[in-house]
Write a protein that binds this ligand. Structure first.
Ligand code: NAG
Ligand code: NAG
Length: 497
């Protein structure tokens, strides 16, 4: 058996120190001692004097006087530029069901990145897949059979789903600023989610999301409710407050329909109103999102929901392929995604509307910006009608006149030019039969391709919202239009002179 090494042998540092001490001259040792005593003396007297400065707050409750000593001011962890919210500090809670998992997981894979944190909450177990490493971890929601549910139209899974916030909080992850809820058919743009949330102080109570596009849905539910599929964010302290009361709160509303209206009911009890962010999209619509996505509000696009209800956002491909294409501009310049700019080709008298990373549309004639920034009704409302009174925002009709039909150019590819520090996006004409127009003016059909140049600006949203400007650049290339998009210059206004 080996001898146990002595403790000193393990800590050579100890030994050298001790050796030094024994050789120290006596007077040096005593002066160190003196200094130490002085130090201790000053520390004690300083803390005494600071005690005197403490605020004494006197409050009177029920006739009794209470003396409270105000705690020393805690350095408030307000978000400063140095502590901007990162993706890591956002934890996702995704509502999913075992029945649809094999299909819906393909949507999650499109936006999920391994460095993100979150849980897919399922009603029951699913088989492990070879793609599990491309997805959030899966968990089974807690039992909710003891809760009352009596809405005749809805499904009691709403209770399981509404508790995702609390169940995710109880996982007790560290360094969490926000909990973000979403459905398994929600596509998130994570960097834009970070941009939106970092505007708010995560130490305060915040409930952030958006209402429905459907006026009637908002009447049935509430204009003050964050629709769950569009996704919503709850700050950490608010999630904590919610978790404390949520189960009792749920029992007070057995008649409600879904999970998001139950969250809304509890938020109302907590007194926290919805902070609306127009980039969260519930998309309670059917059909073609073209009109909505080519006239996006001047705000970062955060989410797209109801992926199975709407058509693929790019033509001639399936939904997953279309969103894979959307990832090209997202990876190049997520801040600019779907940002609309309007300009005119003065020589041809055309109006050009760009939705960055998605479409370019050319219209014969001159349309004002206030008209172009209204979404064209390429989609149906939630009740599958084209009724313009059904929306919670302004829309414009799809022009019926043969000459006013826009020519649509969809993004085909895009890349970043490092030398020029700009992105180049190529858009190709969507082949639809554009009927003969008798107007005596230039025909956009001869433009087959549109190139869009833009300097990426990751700090676009650190400034107040402002629409970018676009300019039609001269080109000798046949069948091609070239457009520059970027921050409007001094005195640059979108007008046709
Ligand atoms: C909303 O209200 C309309 C009209 O009253 C009704 O037809 C519809 O079923 C309601 N929807 C929900 C989800 O309650
Ligand atoms: C590119 O331009 C943007 C906007 O002016 C700027 O913020 C960014 O730092 C530039 N990037 C490089 C690599 O020069």
């Amino acid at each position: 058996m080996k001898n146990n090494p002595k403790v000193e042998d393990n800590f050579p540092w100890d030994q050298t120190m001790r050796n030094h001490f024994t050789t120290f001259p006596k007077f040096l040792l005593s002066s160190i001692l003196l200094i130490s005593i002085l130090c201790i003396f000053y520390t004690v007297s300083f803390s005494n004097s600071s005690n005197k400065d403490l605020n004494i707050i006197t409050a009177v409750h029920d006739g009794r006087e209470e003396v409270a000593v105000a705690p020393p001011p805690v350095p408030s962890p307000k978000p400063s530029p140095s502590s901007k919210t990162t993706l890591h500090q956002i934890v996702f809670g995704i509502a999913a069901s075992a029945r649809l998992w094999d299909h819906r997981k393909n949507y999650i894979k499109l936006w999920w990145k391994p460095q993100m944190r979150g849980v897919v909450w399922l009603d029951k177990g699913v088989k492990t897949g070879t793609d599990d490493h491309l997805l959030p971890q899966k968990m089974i929601s807690g039992d909710t059979s003891k809760f009352k549910y009596n809405n005749p139209k809805g499904h009691r899974s709403a209770i399981r789903i509404t508790r995702i916030v609390s169940e995710t909080l109880r996982l007790d992850l560290d360094d969490v600023r926000w909990f973000v809820m979403g459905d398994d058919d929600t596509f998130f743009v994570p960097d834009n989610l970070v941009r939106v949330l970092s505007k708010y102080d995560h130490n305060q109570f915040y409930y952030i999301g958006s209402s429905s596009e459907s006026h009637l849905q908002n009447i049935n539910f509430s204009y003050g409710m964050a629709y769950g599929g569009g996704g919503f964010a709850i700050s950490y302290p608010l999630a904590k407050a919610l978790a404390k009361m949520q189960d009792r709160c749920i029992q007070r509303y057995p008649g409600l329909y879904g999970s998001d209206d139950r969250i809304h009911a509890c938020m109302a009890e907590l007194g926290v109103p919805l902070t609306k962010e127009p980039g969260f999209h519930q998309y309670d619509v059917f059909g073609n999102l073209l009109g909505l996505l080519s006239a996006h509000p001047v705000a970062p696009l955060v989410s797209i929901h109801h992926l199975d209800k709407v058509e693929p956002i790019f033509p001639n491909m399936n939904r997953v392929q279309a969103l894979t294409r959307l990832n090209i501009p997202i990876n190049l310049d997520s801040a600019a995604l779907m940002q609309q700019s309007v300009c005119y080709d003065k020589t041809q008298s055309w109006t050009v509307s760009v939705s960055w990373g998605y479409t370019v549309q050319i219209y014969r004639g001159i349309f004002s910006v206030r008209e172009m920034e209204m979404p064209a009704r390429t989609f149906l409302n939630w009740y599958k009608r084209a009724d313009y009174t059904g929306f919670a925002f302004n829309t414009r009709p799809v022009t019926r006149h043969v000459c006013q039909k826009p020519f649509v150019y969809y993004l085909s590819k895009a890349s970043y030019n490092k030398v020029m520090n700009q992105t180049v996006s190529e858009h190709v004409q969507h082949q639809v039969s554009n009927p003969d127009c008798k107007w005596k003016m230039a025909d956009p059909s001869r433009i087959e391709r549109v190139g869009v140049y833009r300097k990426p600006d990751p700090n676009l949203w650190d400034k107040p919202p402002r629409r970018n400007c676009c300019r039609v650049l001269p080109t000798k290339k046949k069948g091609t239009m070239v457009i520059d998009v970027g921050v409007c210059g001094d005195d640059e206004v979108i007008e046709l002179r």
